[in-house]
Ligand binder design. Structure first.
Ligand code: TGC
Ligand code: FAD
Length: 391
């Protein structure tokens, strides 16, 4: 029997170094994620578990791995993508931890921070000793962050921040929050580094989630938060700042979502060999094989797309529109695969004994965060027609 990813021999398109890194992350997921992930999902991931995972991911060099200097591993983009794929084969929440830390919080500081800010935060974040979060979304402004109400005003040499951020991954665990705010004096959007414990800053955890349960999600509340002038990221003063960070994280998701889909397909392939219906293995029915063939096809098309985008990124030519194409396709197809696998497992598919509904539920969040499918359709529509249809 051939595994889905062997069908097209996509493996041959990877270098030995890329395969070795991918395998190391896969072992980490087998050892540290798979044995506990059903419990994390059922109980909700604790803050201490986030810290432990961050330290282990830091030891493996996964945090900010595609960045250079400041203790970061400096791998190529394809290796980062492959790491996301293996982590998300474990759980989207674990990939989220690595994405938010490396591609959002660390990238913001690495790209737009002062040398002093980089020295202060990046080595500890790369090691997983310090955790960062990224606050862009607000209760009333998700897809349209340009409408943000979080406001920064000057008071002497200080900045004072007021506002609320919503749905922030690791908000209540983080040692530092990268908060994007509109400045009262010039209307520019700037990033601020808000250390945990700053007076006026709280981060209540969001409960009752039915998706991404192996991940902590929080609100950020800023009430007269006073920060020194050194807290502002000096190198950007428009939405280009946060949107550039999103390009990085979305790229990881292009690969990551396929990991979740691959894990679902592996579970379904194993299930159909042993489950008998109408006195024959489920694998022997044409309808089952048609489902499996279509899913393997989409998985491999998605993998080729991800690799192509990864090679473009390593060449320095990847555009945000191309990232939108990859995120739109691969998350949408991954979710369709997860749901189809759930049908194959019948009632067993609804339990945490198997990964399929957990992945499907997680992928509902992945479809929404980092730009909803509709936002990415509109980005592509604008590229095709030259017309913006956002508003
Ligand atoms: P627009 O007026 O077109 O541009 C404003 C400024 O931004 C620049 N720009 C970009 N820069 C870099 N990368 C991109 N993709 C960019 N898109 C635009 C643009 O050049 C301009 O710069 P400047 O310096 O000239 O001012 O922007 P717009 O307000 O019309 O917005 C366009 C739109 C809707 C595509 C954008 O707002 C968007 O992407 N919305 C979706 C928001 C979103 O994805 N939020 C995600 C929050 S973080 C998250 O979800 C983390 S989940 C956890 C995890 O990853 O695990
Ligand atoms: P809305 O923007 O209100 O969209 C609602 C619906 O309207 C969607 O279907 C959308 O596609 C559609 N829509 C919006 N605009 C248009 C349009 N112009 N045309 C047609 N349809 C449109 N954010 C952060 O900043 N940091 C984080 O760490 C973070 N982590 C997250 C973790 C989880 C688990 C989740 C679920 C979300 C997280 N988010 C985070 C927030 C996420 O980025 C937003 O949820 C997302 O951007 C969508 O915003 P919204 O939920 O406000 O939906």
């Amino acid at each position: 029997m051939t595994t889905p990813l062997e069908l097209l021999s996509v493996e041959h398109l990877l270098s030995e170094e890329e395969r070795d890194l991918r395998d190391a992350v896969a072992h980490f997921v087998d050892d540290r994620v798979r044995p506990s992930v059903a419990d994390w999902y059922e109980d909700g991931l604790s803050s201490s578990a986030v810290r432990e995972l961050a330290l282990e991911a830091g030891k493996l060099g996964l945090l900010g791995m595609h960045l250079t200097g400041y203790g970061c591993a400096g791998t190529n983009a394809v290796s980062y993508g492959l790491a996301c794929m293996e982590l998300e084969a474990g759980d989207s929440g674990v990939r989220s931890l690595v994405s938010v830390q490396g591609s959002l919080a660390m990238f913001a500081i690495w790209k737009f921070g002062s040398e002093e800010q980089k020295q202060q935060w990046l080595p500890g974040m790369a090691a997983g000793e310090l955790i960062g979060c990224f606050g862009l979304t607000e209760p009333d402004f998700g897809s349209n962050p340009a409408g943000m109400r979080t406001c920064a005003r000057r008071d002497g040499d200080d900045w004072v921040l007021d506002g609320t951020k919503m749905w922030i991954t690791n908000g209540s665990v983080a040692d530092v929050a990268v908060v994007w705010a509109r400045c009262a004096d010039d209307g520019a959007v700037r990033g601020f580094l808000v250390p945990a414990g700053t007076p006026g800053f709280t981060a209540p955890k969001i409960g009752k989630k039915l998706s991404l349960r192996a991940s902590v999600t929080s609100e950020l509340v800023l009430e007269g938060v006073r920060l020194p002038s050194s807290a502002v990221l000096p190198e950007v003063s428009s939405l280009r700042g946060p949107l550039s960070c999103l390009n990085e994280a979305r790229f990881g998701i292009v690969f990551g979502a396929l990991g979740a889909a691959r894990d679902c397909l592996a579970a379904a392939l194993s299930y159909v060999q042993t489950r008998e219906v109408f006195d024959k293995p489920l694998a022997s029915f044409q309808l089952t094989q048609a489902k499996l063939a279509d899913m393997a096809l989409e998985l491999q098309k998605g993998y080729l797309l991800a690799l192509h985008l990864g090679r473009l990124k390593d060449d320095g030519t990847l555009t945000p529109q191309q990232v939108s194409l990859g995120k739109l396709n691969n998350v949408r197809e991954a979710l369709a695969i997860a749901r189809e696998c759930r049908t194959i497992l019948g009632a067993n598919g609804i339990t945490l004994e198997y990964p399929v509904l957990r992945h499907a539920n997680n992928l509902e969040s992945v479809l929404t965060y980092e730009g909803t499918s509709e936002v990415h359709q509109l980005v592509i529509g604008q590229a095709l027609t030259g017309q913006s249809a956002f508003s």
